[in-house]
Ligand binder design. Structure first.
Ligand code: KG4
Ligand code: ZN
Length: 330
């Protein structure tokens, strides 16, 4: 599959760039620089993209800058609200990511929580398959859930440690719920979709709240108690950005507003800026450019962002300590 994806990049990249210039009524002479995703992602695809970016830059004598795809989902907020500045707590939820990040004052990005199994979008896609809904599952569940009762079935909330996420348990619970029924009416299917969606949304927002508002003792609220305080330094009105394909989910957008809207400055970019898009790579390039200027001739790829796991320390030290770990085996 990675091989097929890389080949597809080879075939589609040049026509896409040409079409983008055409749609924007822009000539090459008007382009000031080239921004390209340098990761995290499939190395074969990244190599195709980065080589093309560098080749364009070389041929047209333009500067080139490689940016993090993950960071770009958060930086997309500046396309919506140009005045958004760090520190920002970012929740990036897509088919490949469920990451909680901190966009630091110095412009860097620190991952403070991530999924230990499925990504949120994967949970939607797999859940939809169990319910007999089409791919991609997120939009299908989103639509069906609108006719269902989110309290019909109480699915378990994930219990990954600290600020990490886990969605394999709720997916298995859905499978058992479906299996124990001999037949499922349309209403029951909608109820299951709504309840399943509610569990995912609740789990996501619970971690956001835990990262921002630990208990006065510096501990995360139940069921995260004792996992360590990471609430320092967000300022009186913290900014939260939610991005990635799952941020299109209407229930997530609504619940985030209801739960966090009065306690924080919440930015959820327009749906088309949440799904993977080139505009967010451009926005990220401008931010990165201010921080460090263009890249040298050979851009370093990132296969995966390092994870800075919060440790149980007093609040004032929360961001100076921690350890990196790589993704656990799938
Ligand atoms: O960011 P994205 O477009 O691509 C990457 O995975 O990088 O995200 C795609 C994911 C899919 O898993 C899809 O099911 C999910 O986003 N998604 C949604 C919705 N729209 C897309 N999930 C829940 N509700 C939606 N409305
Ligand atoms: Zn993405």
């Amino acid at each position: 599959m990675p091989e097929i994806a890389a080949r597809a990049h080879l075939q589609t990249l040049i026509p896409i760039v040409e079409r983008a210039l055409e749609n924007a009524a822009t000539r090459w002479e008007q382009v000031d620089g080239v921004a390209v995703t340098r990761g995290p992602g499939l190395v074969g695809c990244l190599l195709v993209g980065v080589n093309m970016g560098q080749a364009i830059a070389w041929a047209r004598k333009l500067p080139v800058i490689g940016v993090s795809h993950l960071a770009a989902h958060v930086f997309a907020a500046q396309l919506e609200e140009p005045e958004v500045r760090p520190p920002v707590l970012g929740l990036i939820v897509s088919g490949g990511h469920s990451d909680l990040i901190r966009w630091q004052e110095d412009g860097s990005i620190t991952v403070i929580g991530r999924t230990i199994d499925d990504a949120a979008g994967e949970a939607f896609d797999k859940g939809a398959r169990i319910l007999g809904l089409p791919f991609p599952g997120g939009p299908a569940i989103d639509a069906l859930a609108a006719q269902g009762d989110p309290r019909a079935v109480r699915f378990p909330r994930p219990r990954a440690p600290g600020l990490d996420f886990s969605f394999s348990g709720v997916k298995t619970a859905l499978l058992y719920e479906v299996r124990k029924r001999t037949s499922i009416s349309d209403q029951a299917r909608a109820d299951l979709a709504a309840s399943y969606q509610e569990a995912i949304v609740d789990a996501l927002l619970q971690r956001v709240e835990a990262a921002l508002f630990p208990s006065p003792a510096g501990h995360l609220p139940p069921p995260l108690a004792g996992e360590g305080g990471v609430g320092a330094g967000w300022g009186p009105s913290p900014t939260i950005v939610i991005g990635g394909g799952v941020a299109r989910n209407r229930r997530l957008r609504h619940a985030a507003q209801a739960r966090l809207g009065t306690k924080a400055h919440l930015v959820i970019p327009a749906p088309e800026l949440c799904t993977d898009n080139a505009a967010m790579i451009g926005a990220a390039a401008l931010i990165e450019w201010d921080r460090r200027g263009p890249d040298p001739a050979r851009i370093q790829l990132i296969a995966r962002e390092p994870h800075r796991r919060p440790v149980p320390v007093p609040l004032r030290h929360a961001w100076t300590d921690g350890c990196c770990r790589s993704r656990p085996p799938a």
